[in-house]
Design a protein around this ligand. Sequence first.
Ligand code: NAP
Length: 302
Amino acid sequence: MKILITGATGLIGKELVKLLLAKNHSVHYLTTAKSKIANQANYQGFYWNPEEGKIDENCIFRVDVIIHLAGANIAKRWTNAYKQEIIESRTLSGELLFNLIKKHPNHQIKQIISASGTAIYPESFSKVYDESTTETEDSFLSNVVKKWEESVNRFQVLGIKVCKLRTGIVLSNKGGALPEMIKPIKLGVGAGMGSGKQIQSWIHIHDLVALYYLAVEKQLEGIYNAVTPNPVSNQELTKAIAKTLKKPLFLPNIPKFVMQLLLGEMCYLLFSSKNLSAQKITAAGFQFQFPEIEKAINDLYA
Ligand SMILES: NC(=O)c1ccc[n+]([C@@H]2O[C@H](COP(=O)([O-])OP(=O)(O)OC[C@H]3O[C@@H](n4cnc5c(N)ncnc54)[C@H](OP(=O)(O)O)[C@@H]3O)[C@@H](O)[C@H]2O)c1
């Protein structure tokens, strides 16, 4: 199969490309950086600039599936300008692809699988939310997810199956949230956040890319939570990291107002509580390699 990936050069994309190439699929990818364009038999890069509406039209040639991961990183200070970039990098990019495919009715694209976020769900410490939930949260990031998903849903009118993976915190040792949590713990000054009771729905990067693969193989449609069946509290996550690194945790938790002063509105990422079900993806036949937090952290950092 030929798979077109947007955001292929990021944390998840790089791991996904490795898996797809190992399974003998061929990858096209769109990048905003001309310096990242490779031209190999099974791995070919194409330039695009969603903000300027530019795209190399050859990117969809003989493509069967699109995996849409592109988006400005949310872990940077949320200024008004950057908030706009967080939204538009996801919606304008989808729109550009949509218009390109519409222009080429002879395309052979059957499915688009898009990354999505868990921020859309209401805050919860105890109630477990699944994909059928219609209640949503009213926050900046939740609204980003709504617009992002709406822009992907449009592909259905082109006869393309749409699958959205609402992804929890991705655990990797190469980037994302985990290395940032590890730094202070390694230095012996680690601590939980606030009450530490907020629930963090997470997934090991290897499970996540395996889930993308399953979505391609089974041509999944609709929304799926990309989270393990065992979410943990922030305190439990902090403790699991400290245990793996054999570091003590003796400091009191950091109050929310301190992080608010340091990070501004972005401290949402540390304090929001999302308690999500993995039932639907498990029922679709997915088997987690790292369902438990200690096993996942051990794999990445022991
Ligand atoms: N990592 C997580 O914990 C997590 C959790 C939930 C959801 N997600 C979502 O999953 C997707 C992939 O995550 P990731 O962690 O792999 O992200 P990442 O490492 O930040 O990579 C995202 C990629 O998107 C492209 N990009 C960045 N800014 C862009 C812009 N303004 N316009 C178009 N493309 C842009 C970049 O590719 P080029 O430089 O090649 O253009 C970049 O490599 C993201 O949409 C993210 O929000 C991630």
